[in-house]
Design a protein around this ligand. Structure first.
Ligand SMILES: [Zn+2]
Length: 152
């Protein structure tokens, strides 16, 4: 087992999100809805040397897999991330991310009058464009500060 594999597979069962751009680890946790209050076991490596990125973050979450909605939003802030599924300390599956056409849930529409921000049980849905995402319900655009809108 290589050094690299040892580093990513130290959890027993769960998910290791590797090759996250340096400084984005906490945003990854926000996407997963993890704030420490749920008792999740999480370990984070920040600004770890990487051959593919100037510096990378690694997030390891014990006992948790990512939903497709979470993976989709993750791909917007960490397009080069790798998702490693770990079972009994082994990486059993490794996925790269595709840029989705739409992201659902996870992001909240900044428009207070948007139907998705009401009490109505309507999940947010954004169309993914080149440099921005657009709410399919009210056309509000989120461009630069995507991570401020995590938390639907
Ligand atoms: Zn909206």
């Amino acid at each position: 087992m290589s050094d690299h594999e040892l580093r990513v597979s130290k959890i027993r069962n769960g998910t290791v999100i590797d090759h996250v751009p340096g400084g984005q680890a906490l945003n990854v946790l926000a996407i997963l809805g993890i704030d420490g209050t749920g008792g999740e076991q999480v370990s984070i490596g920040m600004n770890v040397p990487s051959d593919r990125l100037p510096a990378k973050d690694i997030v390891k979450v014990e006992g948790r897999e990512l939903s497709q909605n979470e993976v989709d939003v993750l791909s917007l802030i960490a397009p080069d991330a790798t998702i490693n599924i770990v079972s009994e300390y082994d990486v059993v599956d490794k996925r790269r991310l595709d840029r989705p056409e739409y992201v659902k849930g996870v992001l909240a529409c900044p428009n207070r009058n948007c139907i998705t921000t009401d009490d109505e049980p309507v999940d947010s849905k954004f169309e993914v464009l080149d440099d921005e995402v657009r709410c399919v319900y009210c056309d509000t655009i989120i461009r630069d500060n995507l991570t401020e809108h995590i938390g639907n």
